[in-house]
Design a protein around this ligand. Structure first.
Ligand SMILES: Nc1nc2c(ncn2[C@@H]2O[C@H](COP(=O)(O)OP(=O)(O)O)[C@@H](O)[C@H]2O)c(=O)[nH]1
Ligand SMILES: [Mg+2]
Length: 190
């Protein structure tokens, strides 16, 4: 099996319209704001390339990073902001749903969930919607360093009961990062 050099990364662009014709496999990252999406991408790529916005909810853009000449990581705008208008919610939906439904060569969607939290309606709706459209997804649990052993085992059981494959990660301790990268490699080259 070939290797992907995740450090060989290039920022492609921020898209306000769904990029549907990217010529290589894509891995998309979705999740509510503050879940640790930018941190995860930066940790995987071993540099601070993913933009972190000080004003969450302001950017409705899809950020795309190209790894070597092999694949793309697609950073989808976060959902679940408390104070955003219906209009902005609809814009988010249209942009993200357009991309997920119609993008060429989308290999996998990773849905990030803070491991301390429970699965909420927004995630459940997203699971349902992705299944309905036959779009393949897994869960990536973030911030696993923030749980003590007891909390960890309680949450682990909860997520196991969903019957959706999941990774357990921390951008702080780098737990699970190698596994996630190996998995992406496997999906690209198989
Ligand atoms: N302890 C810990 N904090 C994290 C982790 N990942 C992200 N954070 C923190 O969570 C906050 C939101 O992270 P960010 O990556 O900007 O989230 P995004 O809005 O989903 O892109 C920041 O303060 C990060 O430092 C993690 O794995 N462990
Ligand atoms: Mg971010």
């Amino acid at each position: 099996m070939k290797d992907i050099n995740f450090a060989d990364v290039e920022f492609v662009s921020s898209f306000s319209k769904a990029p549907l014709r990217l010529p290589l496999f894509q891995f998309a990252f979705a999740g509510r704001s503050n879940v640790g999406k930018s941190s995860l991408i930066n940790t995987m790529l071993e540099r601070k390339i993913a933009k972190t916005s000080k004003k969450p909810g302001k950017t409705r853009l899809i950020n795309v990073y190209k790894i070597g000449n092999i694949c793309y990581l697609v950073d989808l705008p976060g959902y679940g902001y408390a104070n955003i208008s219906k209009k902005m919610q609809n814009e988010w939906k249209e942009l993200v749903e357009d991309y997920l439904k119609f993008s060429n060569l989308l290999k996998k969607v990773f849905i990030l969930i803070d491991m301390r939290r429970d699965v909420r309606n927004q995630e459940k709706e997203l699971f349902f919607w992705l299944n309905y459209h036959h779009i393949s997804f897994d869960i990536v649990l973030t911030k696993c360093d923030k749980l003590n052993r007891k909390e960890y085992s309680i949450q682990l059981k909860k997520f196991e009961s969903l019957n959706i494959p999941f990774f357990i990660t921390s951008s702080k301790t780098k737990q699970g990062i190698k596994e996630l990268k190996n998995y992406i490699e496997k999906l690209v080259f198989n």
